[in-house]
Structures are given as C-alpha cells and as structure tokens.
Design a protein around this ligand. Sequence first.
Ligand SMILES: [Zn+2]
Length: 54
Amino acid sequence: MADQTYSGEFYCVKCKAKREAEGAIEVNAKGTRIAKAKCPVCGTNLTRFLPKAA
Ligand SMILES: [Zn+2]
C-alpha cells in the first residue's frame, strides 16, 4: 500500500496545546498506526496513535 497521510489534531507537549498538522502514517511491528508530524508553531515532532481502521 502507498504511504498514507493523516491530517488532524496532534497534542504538542512543548506548546501544551493541540495543533492541527499533517504527517505521514507509519505502522509499527505490532500493526499500530502512528501518525507523525511537526508542530507548525514550535517545530517539535508530534506523534499520534491512530485507531485501527473501522
Ligand atoms: Zn508546539
């Protein structure tokens, strides 16, 4: 499957706030989908665990 992207809310631990961002979805060895993006405000790497597709 081609790379997927996730667009939505991430929680930035540095800003201590939710940020809208877009990033690539990665799948780890356990099959968990993880979206990775960068905070548009401070540039911190953001990660978000995604629920399995319904
Ligand atoms: Zn931030």
